[in-house]
Design a protein around this ligand. Structure first.
Ligand code: ATP
Ligand code: MG
Length: 222
C-alpha cells in the first residue's frame, strides 16, 4: 500500500528536465549601447554604456519599477530609446522569456507548442511538454486555465526546443516550484550560449553568472 501511494504521488508531480538547444555560434559582440537613455515618455535612466559579449552570463538586479524590463525591451528593439543607440551583434538567435503575458491564451498546451514546431507530430509535442514537468491533464488543457508555474513551463518548453545562442530571461523563476527552479539553474549553468537574466533571487544565479549589474547605478528613480 505504501509503495502504491509513492508511485501515485510521483506521477502527479513529474520532475522537469530542462535542456536548451543551441544554435550556431553568434558574433563576439551581442549588444552594445552608446549613451542609451531608456523610458516611455520621460527618461527612466541616465545614459547607459552596456556591453554583452558572447558566452557571458549576466544577471540584472534591482528594485521593482527601476526599468529592468524596459532595458531588455530596448536592447531587443521592442521599445525605442529616448536617446542614444543599441547595436546588435551578428548571427544572434535570441530566445526571450517575457516577464508577463497579459493576453488570455485560448490554445491548449499542445496547440501552443505545435504552432512553433509544425513539422513535429503530436507525440513529439506531448513528450516535450511532459519533459517540462507537465501532466497529461495539463498538456491537454487550455494554457489560460493553468497556474502561473505551469504556464511558465509551457513557455520554457517553447524556448528550450528552439535553437538559440542568446537567452534573455525576465524573471523566469517567479512562479516556479523548487524542483523546476533547481532544474532551470542546472540547465542555464550548462547552456553553451550567452545569458542575460533578470532575477531577484541571488541563490538562483550567483553560482553561474560572471557579472551582476544593479540597475540602481543608472536608474533615475533612485
Ligand atoms: N508601457 C509603458 N508605458 C509607460 N510606462 C511604463 C510602461 N511599462 C512600464 N512603465 C513604467 O516604467 C517603469 C519601469 O518599468 P519596468 O517594467 O521596466 O520595471 P522593472 O525594473 O522591470 O520592475 P519589476 O521588478 O517590477 O519587473 C515603471 O515605473 C513602470 O510603471
Ligand atoms: Mg520587470
Amino acid at each position: 500500500m505504501d509503495k502504491m501511494e509513492i508511485i501515485e504521488l510521483e506521477q502527479e508531480k513529474p520532475k522537469p528536465e530542462f535542456n536548451f538547444k543551441t544554435a550556431r555560434t553568434s558574433g563576439r559582440m551581442i549588444f552594445e549601447t552608446n549613451n542609451l537613455v531608456i523610458g516611455y515618455t520621460s527618461p527612466l535612466s541616465k545614459p547607459i554604456e552596456f556591453r554583452l559579449e558572447r558566452n557571458q552570463k549576466i544577471a540584472i538586479t534591482g528594485a521593482n519599477g527601476l526599468g529592468k524590463t524596459t532595458l531588455i525591451k530596448s536592447l531587443l528593439g521592442i521599445i525605442k530609446p529616448i536617446s542614444g543607440f543599441v547595436t546588435k551583434g551578428e548571427f544572434l538567435e535570441v530566445g526571450y522569456f517575457e516577464q508577463e503575458i497579459k493576453d488570455a491564451n485560448h490554445n491548449t498546451c499542445i496547440e501552443e507548442v505545435w504552432q512553433d514546431f509544425p513539422s513535429l507530430d503530436q507525440r513529439d509535442i506531448r513528450t516535450m511538454l511532459a519533459k517540462c514537468g507537465l501532466t497529461t491533464k495539463h498538456i491537454e488543457s487550455k494554457v489560460m486555465v493553468l497556474s502561473g508555474g505551469e504556464q511558465a513551463k509551457v513557455r520554457l518548453c517553447k524556448l528550450m526546443n528552439k535553437p538559440t545562442n542568446v537567452l534573455i530571461l525576465d524573471e523566469p523563476t517567479n512562479h516556479l516550484d523548487i524542483y523546476a527552479k533547481d532544474e532551470l539553474k542546472r540547465a542555464l549553468k550548462e547552456y553553451k550560449g550567452t545569458v542575460l537574466l533578470i532575477c531577484h533571487e541571488p541563490e538562483f544565479y550567483e553560482d553561474f553568472v560572471d557579472h551582476i549589474i544593479d540597475c540602481k547605478q543608472w536608474s533615475n528613480k533612485i
